[in-house]
Design a protein. Structure first.
Length: 108
């Protein structure tokens, strides 16, 4: 995260981020995406390249889905997250609820 803050000193209106959630504990990932939303909320444009597609789509305003370097779709994150074809082709299928013993459930 320090490197991200260092970049802000030099380019305050644009930040380029690549794979910010790679290798992080899954419980820490929401903090990374919240920080990205915080930058955008300050009027800073964030160009994010992210392997965690669901997290990246949820954290962004406008998204481009690339396949082999070709732009396949451009839309708002929530629209892409709920698009059945995008879910099937790029997100591993629709998000489903997994029921655990003990009455709880979680998203998969």
């Amino acid at each position: 995260m320090f490197a991200s803050h260092r970049r802000l000193v030099f380019a305050r209106d644009l930040v380029l981020l690549d794979g910010r959630s790679i290798g992080l504990d899954p419980r820490s990932r929401p903090n990374v995406f919240a920080s990205i939303r915080g930058l955008a909320g300050q009027g800073i444009t964030v160009l994010l390249v992210e392997q965690n597609a669901r997290g990246g789509l949820a954290a962004s305003d406008v998204d481009a889905v690339l396949e082999a370097g070709v732009v396949r779709r451009v839309d708002r994150g929530p629209n892409l997250l709920t698009n059945p074809e995008v879910a099937r082709l790029y997100l591993g299928g629709p998000r489903r609820r997994v029921h655990r013993t003990g009455g709880g459930s979680m998203s998969a």
